[in-house]
Design a protein around this ligand. Structure first.
Ligand code: NAD
Ligand code: DAU
Length: 356
């Protein structure tokens, strides 16, 4: 297994930047080339300390740029591509699906094609890997008593976001079956932790509590998600890169299913305890039910027995500990999230929350 020279796409975003920090901490000798278009979700500040290290470089560019991708693969003699770059927010995919098809489907296709050429040009070495990072949302929605999603659950994506991720998963799978390209696919549940852009539920709630703004709960608040602390996702990807056979797919999850309203109440309790001064206390007073997300999936749950059995991975951070770390991080990093509440963000916010 090589794993010495990584091209990591989308690592100026939430999970990718956590992965870059994780990887550099565990394998400081590894070369890390980050390719990121720095969209609204990409942020150099997520990588500041890492970029000071000579082993880590950030290239600003688009994964749909085949010439650029081919050049990076060759110039840096990449042996492992870890693909995080995506349009990742369901609500934005409902407002404007086109960017999701471009980046998630066409971008993944472009990377696969460039990587196939790179692999073929070297005589198809066995140790190269293309890890495609995907989501549990490709499996659709569960009823309250349905068994959790397994790797053999049929795909049934319901949003433009999940449909575009499903398309990219199918391409990664097909490149293994057709060409023998050593691809790996992971499907993970909802992540949370540091550097999470404040459009997603947990960081949005933390930021709004600190600003004394309403905490918008979609529909009846009874939708269920399975939450995984981002550091545990990174260790799962590490286990997959080191131990999985080419062509394999693994589900990753936190075994921590919670209803949205219960999760928000937990966050409120933590913030009430941890924040020295708050505009509104208790923060539960800010909870506001708003119009539901169109096509809102009711429940996600992951069966993680395959990764546990094959690779010995399991989540290590409890929901209670992970949420406490996360709330503390948002409390201590106002300088990180304040600049993100830009004019573009306010425009987006109005579209989602003020025009039902
Ligand atoms: P994010 O939105 O925080 O980050 C995405 C990154 O990709 C940003 O840095 C952005 O600038 C970059 N990017 C977007 N379009 C690009 C393009 N065309 N070319 C190059 N870079 C581009 O996303 P995230 O939450 O960190 O998710 C990362 C990956 O993990 C995604 O593929 C997502 O589908 C998957 N995933 C996310 C979760 C979750 O809970 N956040 C769970 C499971 C899987
Ligand atoms: O399941 C994995 C997926 O998790 C990833 O593939 C996506 O990239 C990631 O964005 C996330 O998708 P969700 O739609 O589950 O996450 P989000 O944080 O947007 O919403 C979580 C739940 O909270 C969902 O049921 C919708 C609800 N919600 C969300 C927001 C932003 C609210 O009730 N109010 C809100 O303001």
């Amino acid at each position: 297994m090589a794993l010495n020279r990584l091209l990591v796409t989308g690592a100026a975003g939430f999970i990718g930047s956590n992965f870059a920090h994780y990887w550099h901490r565990h394998y400081p000798q590894s070369r890390l080339i980050i390719l990121d278009a720095l969209t609204y979700a990409g942020n150099r500040a997520n990588l500041t300390d890492l970029l000071a290290h000579p082993q880590v470089d950030l290239v600003e560019g688009n994964i749909c740029d085949r010439t650029l991708v081919a050049r990076l693969l060759k110039e840096y003699a990449i042996d492992t591509l870890v693909h995080f770059a995506a349009e990742s927010h369901v609500d934005r995919s409902i407002l404007g699906p086109e960017a999701f098809v471009q980046t998630n489907v066409v971008g993944t296709f472009t990377l696969l094609e460039a990587f196939r050429t790179h692999w073929q040009d070297q005589g198809k070495p066995e140790q190269l890997r293309f890890l495609h990072v995907s989501t549990d949302e490709v499996y659709g929605s569960l009823g309250p008593n349905d068994p959790a999603f397994s790797e053999t659950t049929p795909y049934a994506p319901n949003s433009p976001y999940s449909a575009s991720k499903a398309g990219s998963d199918h391409l990664a799978r097909a490149y293994y079956h057709t060409y023998g390209l050593p691809t790996l696919i992971t499907n993970c549940s909802n992540n949370y932790g540091p550097y999470h852009f404040p459009e997603k539920l947990i960081p949005l709630m933390c930021v709004n509590m600190l600003l004394g703004k309403p905490l918008p709960i979609y529909g009846d608040g009874q939708n269920i998600r399975d939450w995984l602390f981002v550091e545990d996702h990174c260790s799962a990807l590490d286990a997959v890169l080191r131990g999985a056979a080419p062509g394999e797919t693994y589900n990753i999850g936190g075994e921590a299913e919670v209803k949205n309203i219960d999760l928000v109440n937990l966050l409120c309790d933590l913030m009430n305890d941890l924040a020295p001064d708050l505009p509104i206390r208790p923060t539960q007073e800010l909870i506001t039910y708003v119009t539901d997300r169109p096509g809102h999936d009711r429940r996600y749950a992951m069966d993680i027995s395959k990764i546990q059995a094959d690779l010995g991975w399991q989540p290590s951070v409890t929901l209670e500990d992970g949420l406490k770390k996360t709330v503390t991080w948002y409390l201590e990093h106002r300088d990180w999230w304040m600049p993100l509440l830009s004019e573009e963000y306010q425009h987006y916010y109005k579209q989602i929350y003020e025009y039902p």
